[in-house]
Design a protein around this ligand. Structure first.
Ligand code: 6PG
Length: 241
């Protein structure tokens, strides 16, 4: 089921995201003794990760949290563009107990990094279905999400959980969840903030064009929440919010 929630500003968006992370973590840990969550990269979630560090470091059993990434750049973990490095600096360094971390090894060759990560995911879920409890996503102003960019080969891959993906316009390799992995999740939360995303957000949410990779994200059995701020929601038809 699709829901849209408009937060006043980036701070409130991060606070709501923090509360949702906390609630879903508590529910999953209570039900199954562990919480599998995949984080997104980019700049939007930084404030949210910092908020988790500031307000939830002592409130979550981090040793029962299994932390994945929805995508990674093909760089080493200490590279300025690394999504791992960003999460490490905004969140992981501040936690009293480290979560169980499953890092995409961006320092490896793209195909090997993708295969290795897919094996880690399959090992984690074992005989069970690959169903993450929660996946956070961002959205670029071209409608990409994770590293599923328009016109890139990964959009057509639906028999794998993780794939390498060459992004022409960036002249760079990425490693990314496929839409199959994302759509299998129990809960998906998009975090979209700022006036720069208002136009693309309107196109993605209000047209069924299928033009944008973010429109491929349609949960199979789970829920999807578009957690956006007023600036990003500015061009939306008020009826849908
Ligand atoms: C990445 C992300 C990517 C990001 C969007 C939005 O690795 O960069 O996974 O999908 O979420 O590009 O990025 P911003 O939050 O910086 O706008």
């Amino acid at each position: 089921m699709r829901k849209i929630h408009v937060a006043k500003d980036p701070q409130e968006l991060s606070q709501i995201a923090g509360q949702l992370f906390f609630k879903k973590a508590q529910d999953a840990i209570k039900t199954s003794g562990r919480f599998s969550v995949a984080l997104s990269g980019g700049s939007t979630p930084k404030r949210f990760y910092q908020h988790l560090a500031d307000d939830f470091a002592e409130r979550i059993n981090w040793d029962m949290v299994h932390l994945f990434w929805g995508d990674e750049r093909n760089v080493a973990p200490d590279h300025k563009d690394s999504n791992f490095r960003m999460v490490n600096e905004t969140l992981l360094k501040s936690l009293p107990i480290p979560p169980n971390i499953y890092r995409i090894k961006g320092e490896n060759k793209p195909k090997s990094a993708a295969k290795g990560y897919e094996n880690e995911i399959l090992n984690y879920f074992g005989e069970n279905e690959v169903v993450f409890d929660l996946i956070f996503l961002g959205m670029g102003d071209d409608g990409h999400t994770a590293s599923l960019f328009p016109e890139s080969k990964a959009l057509d891959i639906n028999d794998r959980w993780v794939t390498e993906n060459y992004i022409e316009k960036l002249n760079a390799w990425r490693i990314t969840f496929t839409s199959k992995t994302i759509n299998a999740a129990r809960d998906i939360i998009f975090l979209v903030s700022g006036t720069g995303k208002a136009k693309i957000l309107k196109n993605v949410l209000e047209t069924q064009s299928g033009t944008y990779p973010s429109q491929m994200i349609q949960p199979t059995n789970g829920n999807i929440l578009w957690l956006i701020d007023e600036a990003a929601a500015n061009e939306l038809n008020k009826k849908i919010t």
